[in-house]
Design a protein around this ligand. Structure first.
Ligand code: SIN
Length: 535
């Protein structure tokens, strides 16, 4: 693996200096920037335009205990159960206990959560939840509303410079494995000198052919961290959302049809009209997400069809248009009246449980390198994330990161010179390589895996990475493909290492599917042994 992805030939670089650099302006990045002390200068790097992040696509909402019928113990239990016993209990407890406080904090910033006629929060059940505890905004526009409010608040902060269309190429470290800065591409390469970098770049969606993620979500922050020597964990656990809209004219789309639709009575049906979830789990259509996605996958495999149906025709058009305005409009625009017709759906990549290994303060094993949100490997989701725990995770662990940074003075730092690697060849076939990685991961690193397929995919992706080793990665789109290759390699290696199926990692060549969770914890212990970091 090359230590630096960016093309080191064109020097010297224009240099800027900040106390803290936050990479990514989804909920995790924005909230971190918002919570940083005003005494710290902060650069907030946005890969595209502000407001265009992955969090803005979140429909379902935020899981938090807000009603007397619910309690934190139950939310913790549901999270641990959905994670198949592999979630870190201390982290889960912290996340769940801080949930209600964070909801109040958001309200004080101007976020408006949907309420019942009587004034209490309107909460819904989603997969794996035993209680109604998912809060939402604008029906199914939770993420969009949150990001509008938070981005507006962060723009008011005098100590934060928002750098849009600014791509993270690399994190620079010194001799003692400490952060010294970042290299970014913003109309050319530039260096930012800093001793604190917070990676909040979200997940890895573009590594797969079909994903609900935004186009820019390619694991850039995680890959840049890997190049510094940062440890990762839980890389084999990739979550597929059971229900993305399947366009019967043009094929699979990445448009999410929220689990909340099933929370409001939606039923999954096969092409014969049968409600098939009953055969898979006692919670039926509200089973944990890994089980539901796999059940659909198996149903599609058995029938030879490329989608199933989500049936919410039990609800009126008025109810659906008010409760799910985004989904209702999308279906209508594609010729489906969800009040009278079943919605064609299929599972697609949605979320990444793995990421940069961090402790509960968001610190990685590299001094000064933090991560929060989907890019972080806190293990709070175990082998399968409980629905709507991701926005909650963003809030709680962004605060943990910001609090830790606020408690320490940034060190004086200088950017070391990065050796010029000499002549590299001009990139060729980049688009082809991107397509190959996505196809290989979709086919062999997806919902159902086996040793043979993963070994084949790993060898092919390694060949691509090896070719890129000697290319001058002059543009973000070049580096992005190299990042995708690194992430794919990590996922496949971790998935090959874990011999038994658990949660989102389902191996058809493993006999022990969802067996004794104590055994799974033992597997995990071995694996996480490599990933231990006590900064
Ligand atoms: C959804 O609305 O179904 C997505 C929520 C999530 O990913 O937790």
């Amino acid at each position: 693996m090359r230590r630096y992805a960016f093309d080191t030939i064109k020097r010297p670089l224009e240099e800027k200096q900040y106390d803290v650099v936050v990479v990514g302006a989804g909920l995790a990045g924005l909230y971190t920037a918002w919570l940083l002390d005003d005494r710290f200068s902060c650069a907030l790097l946005v890969k595209g335009p502000l407001y265009s992040c992955n969090s803005s696509l979140a429909q379902g909402g935020i899981a938090a205990v807000m009603h007397p019928e619910d309690n934190t113990g139950q939310h913790i239990e549901d999270t641990l159960k959905a994670g198949c016993g592999l979630a870190d209990e201390e982290g889960v407890r912290m996340m769940v206990e801080q949930g209600p406080g964070e909801i109040s904090n958001l309200v004080s910033l101007g976020v408006v959560f949907d309420k019942e006629a009587g004034g209490s929060y309107y909460t819904t059940r989603e997969g794996g939840h035993t209680r109604k505890r998912v809060l939402h905004c604008g029906g199914d526009a939770t993420g969009d509303h949150l990001i509008q409010i938070l981005a507006d608040r962060v723009k008011e902060k005098k100590n934060v410079d928002i750098l849009e269309d600014c791509f993270l190429a690399d994190i620079v470290t010194g001799n003692a494995d400490e952060v010294c800065g970042v290299i970014v591409f913003q109309q050319g390469y530039k260096a930012i000198v800093t001793s604190r970098v917070v990676i909040a770049t979200g997940g890895i969606g573009q590594v797969y052919l079909h994903t609900t993620n935004q186009e820019g979500i390619a694991g850039d922050g995680i890959a840049a961290a890997i190049r510094t020597g940062a440890r990762c964990s839980d890389m084999e656990f990739v979550q597929f959302h059971p229900t993305a809209f399947y366009n019967t004219q043009s094929g699979q789309s990445g448009f999410l049809v929220s689990e909340a639709v099933r929370g409001e009575g939606g039923i999954l049906r096969n092409h014969r009209g049968e409600a098939f979830m009953e055969a898979h789990h006692p919670m039926k259509d509200l089973a944990p997400r890994d089980i539901t996605a796999r059940a659909i996958f198996l149903e599609m495999q058995a029938s030879g069809e490329n989608h199933v149906f989500l049936d919410i025709t039990s609800r009126s058009a008025d109810f659906l248009a008010a409760r799910f305005p985004t989904i209702y409009k999308h279906c209508k625009a594609h010729g489906i009246d969800m009040a009278t017709e079943k919605i064609p759906v299929a599972p697609v990549q949605h979320y990444f449980m793995g990421g940069i290994r961090t402790n509960l303060n968001g610190q990685s094993n590299i001094e000064g390198l933090y991560a929060c949100g989907e890019a972080a490997g806190t293990s709070v989701h175990g082998a399968n994330r409980l629905a709507s725990n991701s926005l909650l995770e963003c809030l709680v662990f962004s605060r943990q990161c910001a609090t830790h940074i606020n408690g320490r003075s940034p060190g004086k730092i200088a950017m070391p010179s990065i050796a010029d690697v000499g002549n590299r060849v001009v990139p060729a076939d980049i688009d082809d390589m991107r397509r190959q990685i996505k196809e290989l991961m979709q086919q062999h690193g997806g919902i159902v895996r086996n040793e043979q397929g993963m070994t084949l995919a790993l060898s092919a992706v390694k060949d691509i990475a090896a070719k890129m080793q000697h290319m001058a990665l002059q543009m973000p789109r070049h580096t992005e493909v190299y990042n995708m290759a690194l992430i794919a390699i990590e996922i496949l290696q971790a998935a090959l290492r874990r011999k038994r199926s658990v949660g989102a990692h389902y191996r058809e060549d493993s006999k022990d599917y969802r067996g004794d969770s104590k055994d799974y914890r033992e597997d995990s212990k071995d694996y996480r042994e490599d990933s231990k970091n006590e900064p």
